[in-house]
Design a protein around this ligand. Structure first.
Ligand SMILES: N[C@@H](CCOP(=O)(O)O)C(=O)O
Length: 499
């Protein structure tokens, strides 16, 4: 399998090169140049395998050139016993006859990002070796809260790498911030950006696109790469858990072979739901992909109208990881659905850059509408959903998962579709404990308490233990206090890397 850029101005590259570069030098994103298909027979065989075995089978299809034993070694390291606090890695919990929750937050940092960021460092260091890379790889990350910590945890002290994470100063939960600013490791830097996530992501992309700066870095012994979902190495491990969830339900007899399911996915940068799209293109029986947004509902409008318009106020919500108005991975979907027409994709992305909006053609729009359904939930609806799901099922969800659940309920009410649905639960409720505790315990229970105190309050009320990754946060020293105006991110990188 080779990879091509969505902007069409870079030649085909190997999987190792695509992962090492992170983003294509022409500004586009790497996508597979061919197709991978999994037959019904193969699905039946895979149903009896462990998560790790399934991961090897799927990854090897996309990572040609990587010896199978190396892929297996990466998988074994990433999903080793003890790394995830659930034996199945990504367990599926049944809420009712047609609704299942895929819990993706059992990793060390309590968010779905661990599913890919526990393995990406292993893939990337092997990719660097396979491509004869001699420079130190500098991972630049823009985060709205979850990717940052998961990337830091994955890359800390990885030889031959450095990692710099930019997060919006006022745009993450207290727990998310503490997770990042207390990060230990010889090769890590964490910087608050005076701006929002879109500013941080735009700053990182502009650094990737700055040829002169990249030449300067190469001279200094550094090559940039990414741990965001713009890097193909982030997406391919995410495909695995959609297969795993489906196959687990099949193995338990909850669904029959070939039965179609819906996936409902809380969505920000569009990477998670895009992984579900790739899974369905490979042959996983999928009926509908339900794209759930918070009040930053640019994707809802886009999927409904075909017009992407980021010219709207950036809303700070209680689901901050989804506070995003420019969803990077949509570019990959558009590329595939418009018949790999890179000139058209380039045009749309140029319009987005220039005017903040673009309109896609009717054909592409109809193709999107045939696969995706979109909706959004405001903060009040999110709180109400956390409360009602707790009352109905005794099950505690975080604010992002609640957005997904709320939009799924709207989907069901609007369409009457009773297809079994798997909701991607993207973060532990303890990461957003203030909103969650307020929803299930009431205002009184949270008044005057900080998020660290509320960890225990939520644990006592819900009977769920505080995850190990969050338990000792209060005792950890703050190690990162740097901040930067959004216009000076490049200088900050230079400063951090200076000998
Ligand atoms: N929600 C993300 C934003 C970045 O998304 P990514 O999937 O491209 O890494 C976060 O938590 O940082």
């Amino acid at each position: 399998m080779l990879y091509e850029s969505t902007r069409g101005r870079h030649g085909l590259v190997s999987p190792a090169e695509a992962i090492k570069l992170g983003i294509s030098p022409d500004g586009g994103l790497f996508v597979p140049a061919g197709n991978v298909t999994v037959s019904g027979k193969q699905l039946e065989i895979m149903a009896g395998l462990s998560y790790r075995e399934k991961a090897v089978l799927i990854l090897k299809e996309f990572l040609s050139g990587f010896p199978e034993e190396e892929i297996k070694a990466c998988v074994d390291l990433a999903y080793a016993p003890g790394k995830f606090d659930a034996p199945g890695i990504a367990p599926v919990c049944k809420l009712d006859a047609s609704l299942y929750v895929l819990e993706l937050w059992h990793g060390p940092t309590c968010a779905f990002k661990d599913m890919a960021l526990q393995i990406l460092p292993h893939l990337l260091t092997r990719a660097a070796a396979m491509t004869g890379e001699e420079q130190t790889i500098v991972i630049l990350v823009a985060t709205s809260g979850d990717t940052g910590k998961a990337a830091l945890e994955g890359f800390k002290n990885v030889p031959g790498t450095k990692i710099i994470v930019f997060y919006p100063e006022q745009g993450v939960s207290e727990v998310q911030k503490l997770q990042m600013v207390t990060q230990e490791g010889e090769n890590v830097a964490v910087v608050a950006v005076r701006g929002n996530f879109d500013d941080a992501q735009a700053g990182v992309k502009s650094i990737f696109g700055d040829r002169e700066f990249n030449r300067e870095l190469i001279k200094g012994g550094y090559r940039l790469s990414s741990a965001n979902s713009i890097n193909w190495g982030r997406l391919v491990p995410q495909i695995v858990y959609y297969f795993s969830a489906y196959l687990d339900l099949m193995a338990k007899g909850e669904i029959g072979p070939g039965e179609k399911v819906n996936f409902a996915v809380p969505t920000g940068n569009f990477g998670n739901i895009l992984a579900a799209y790739y899974a369905s293109e490979m042959g996983l029986p999928v009926n509908r992909l339900i794209c759930a947004s918070n009040a930053n509902n640019v994707l809802t409008d886009f999927i409904r109208t075909g017009v992407y318009n980021r010219n709207r106020p950036f809303q700070k919500t209680i689901s901050p990881s989804m506070d995003i108005l420019i969803s990077s991975n949509l570019e990959r979907l558009l590329y595939h659905l418009c018949g790999r027409d890179s000139a058209r994709v380039r045009g749309w992305m140029e319009e987005l850059n220039k005017n903040g909006s673009y309109r896609i053609d009717e054909r592409t729009r109809n193709l999107i509408a045939g696969i995706f359904w979109a909706g959004f939930a405001g903060d009040d609806e999110t709180v109400e959903t956390i409360r009602s799901v707790y009352r109905r099922y005794g099950y505690v969800v975080d604010t992002h998962t609640a957005v997904g659940l709320n939009v799924y309920e709207k989907y069901r009410a609007t369409t009457g579709d009773g297809t079994k649905t798997i909701l991607a639960s993207t973060a532990s409720p303890f990461k957003f404990n203030e909103s969650v505790a307020r929803a299930i315990l009431g205002e009184e229970a949270v008044r005057g308490k900080g998020e660290l105190e509320l960890l225990e309050v939520l644990s006592a009320a819900s009977g769920v233990a505080v995850p190990p990754g969050l338990k000792n946060l209060a005792a950890k020293p703050v190690l990162h206090t740097k901040s930067t105006p959004k216009e000076r991110m490049k200088e900050t990188v230079r400063d951090i890397l200076k000998p």
